[in-house]
Design a protein around this ligand. Structure first.
Ligand code: SAM
Length: 217
């Protein structure tokens, strides 16, 4: 008989072995927890770091800055080199992110852009080695069109929260208030998995992370 895996025990174990952040990054984690700001989960952050080390991006675009935590994680993994453009719609959040990024010493490499991710992406034209989607989950399908245009061949598209607390897989059982997002994320997963230009893997890490490689290099 197949053993049923207890996923929360697995997550608890993983969090106990992942190297804990120290210093200011740890303070940012505690601030986010206290103020209910959804930042990237520890196991997802660890995966992002490995992706950066393997892929060695010089230019990253992030949609959804919040307090700047993931941008700092990415910059740290890039050893403080390269450029990260990160888009945030909330003015207070963007200001806080700028302060945090400066305190981390990454203000020369991370540029916080205040605005709606879709509108900003529509205006961008330079090419990125890696794009990290972590803004409005209901708009991932719209971001995709621009992400594909802005990502260089051989680039990586990383999308967080794609399994949305497991609700995306539940289909008809999802409560009304979550249904629209769950349906849109399901559609998004179907899109990135069927798109001939991408090679995609969905990893049930954190809230679900999709890693898509743009072919052509
Ligand atoms: N990436 C951050 C981290 O891990 O540290 C967390 C980002 S948080 C999950 C999502 C952020 O996206 C919030 O700060 C929210 O204000 C922002 N956001 C929501 N809708 C947006 C939009 N349409 N354009 C840009 N940012 C948006």
């Amino acid at each position: 008989m197949e053993d049923k895996v207890n996923f929360s025990e697995t997550v608890e174990f993983l969090r106990s072995v992942i190297r804990r952040k120290t210093g200011f990054l740890r303070e940012l984690e505690e601030y986010a927890k206290l103020h209910h700001i959804p930042i990237i989960q520890p196991e997802s952050a660890a995966l992002m770091r490995v992706l950066v080390k393997l892929h060695k991006p010089e230019k990253i675009l992030e949609a959804g800055t919040a307090i700047g935590y993931s941008a700092c994680i990415l910059s740290d993994a890039m050893d403080g080199s390269g450029i990260i453009d990160t888009i945030e719609i909330d003015e207070d959040m963007a200001e806080m992110a700028k302060r945090n990024i400066k305190a981390m010493g990454y203000d020369k490499t991370i540029r916080v852009i205040l605005g709606d991710a879709l509108e900003v992406m529509e205006c961008l034209s330079s090419s990125y080695d890696m794009i990290f989607l972590d803004a409005a989950k209901g708009q991932y399908n719209e971001y995709l069109k621009h992400a594909l245009r802005l990502l260089r061949p051989g680039g990586l598209l990383v999308s967080d929260n794609v399994l949305y607390k497991g609700l995306v897989a539940q289909k008809d059982k999802v409560q009304h208030k979550h249904r629209t997002i769950a349906v849109k994320l399901r559609e998004y997963i179907e899109n990135i998995c069927s798109d001939e230009r991408l090679e995609t893997s969905i990893i049930p890490v954190g809230d679900g992370m999709a890693i898509s490689f743009k072919k052509g290099d």
